[in-house]
Design a binder for this molecule. Structure first.
Ligand SMILES: NC(=O)c1ccc[n+]([C@@H]2O[C@H](COP(=O)([O-])OP(=O)(O)OC[C@H]3O[C@@H](n4cnc5c(N)ncnc54)[C@H](OP(=O)(O)O)[C@@H]3O)[C@@H](O)[C@H]2O)c1
Length: 247
């Protein structure tokens, strides 16, 4: 896999940053994107000859054009990893939080993944990996927009996987669903159980991409939890109290 070319959207912090470090260490050609280009430059300094960066805001209507520039700068793309996302608990349904979440996790996500699908379908092959979440397994009362948008991502990837087969396109899809990870996304007043280190999660993500897994829950404890969640009938789920503790 030595000279593979991967583009990571959302590489400036947290999970994406750690995954980027691992692919750079592996000697891959790596394209990095996010809004905070100063943080991307730090990663690029690790291997300037193999790393290209591009400032991209996926909520911007021109974001797919900016992605094309990055693909060209890298000399092409074999794998696209979409990590960009936002999420907040929002029990008051603050409209700004809900709408920003829709814009980033649905509109921006669909814009970028759609552009990449069209690129790979023209090229004849490729791999699209996305970091969604276990939050898409069920509707979560404490984070309605976040859980709904993550479910959207799961379903969108499933739809594209079926479309690619119907059209005879050799595109592989990897839907990565982590449990709680200790990153800025969770920073706040809540205590999150079974918190995982982003470095550990990143190693499992790299393995899932290299093995072209279709769906991966990280880690095995969350795989068990979400399996059980899926078995809970709707009328029981809607009467359950599912929330985190204050710190
Ligand atoms: N932390 C968890 O517990 C957890 C669990 C499951 C899934 N996830 C998912 O993992 C992904 C990464 O989150 P994280 O935990 O690593 O948090 P993070 O450190 O806040 O990282 C979020 C990344 O998304 C990028 N991003 C946000 N809005 C963007 C936009 N409009 N355009 C381009 N990039 C944007 C950020 O870059 P810029 O701000 O520089 O643009 C940053 O690189 C998210 O999709 C999240 O839903 C997280």
């Amino acid at each position: 896999m030595g000279n593979k070319r991967i583009i990571i959207m959302g590489a400036s912090s947290g999970i994406g940053y750690e995954v980027a470090r691992l692919f750079i260490d592996r000697g891959w050609l790596v394209g990095l994107a996010a809004r905070r280009t100063d943080l991307l430059s730090e990663l690029q300094a690790q291997a300037p000859e193999r790393v290209r960066i591009q400032g991209i805001d996926i909520t911007d209507q021109e974001a797919d054009q900016a992605l094309q520039y990055l693909i060209a700068a890298l000399g092409g793309m074999d794998i696209y990893l979409h990590v960009s996302g936002i999420g907040k608990q929002n029990k008051t349904l603050d409209p700004e939080i809900e709408e920003n979440t829709f814009q980033t996790n649905v509109v921006g996500f669909g814009r970028m993944v759609g552009a990449v699908y069209r690129y790979f379908s023209q090229k004849g092959k490729g791999q699209i990996a996305v970091v969604s979440s276990i939050a898409g397994t069920k509707g979560l009362g404490v984070a309605p927009a976040y859980s709904a948008t993550k479910r959207f991502q799961n379903t969108y990837i499933q739809a594209l996987a079926q479309l690619a087969r119907m059209e005879g396109c050799h595109i592989d899809f990897t839907d990565i669903r982590p449990g709680f990870v200790d990153t800025a996304l969770l920073s706040g007043t809540q205590h999150y159980p079974m918190l995982m280190r982003p470095e550990k999660v990143a190693r499992q993500i790299v393995s899932a991409i290299e093995h072209r897994r279709r769906v991966v829950v990280i880690d095995w404890r969350y795989a068990v939890i979400t399996y059980i969640w899926q078995l809970i009938p709707r009328w029981v789920w809607e009467r359950m109290v599912v929330r985190t503790r204050r710190k």
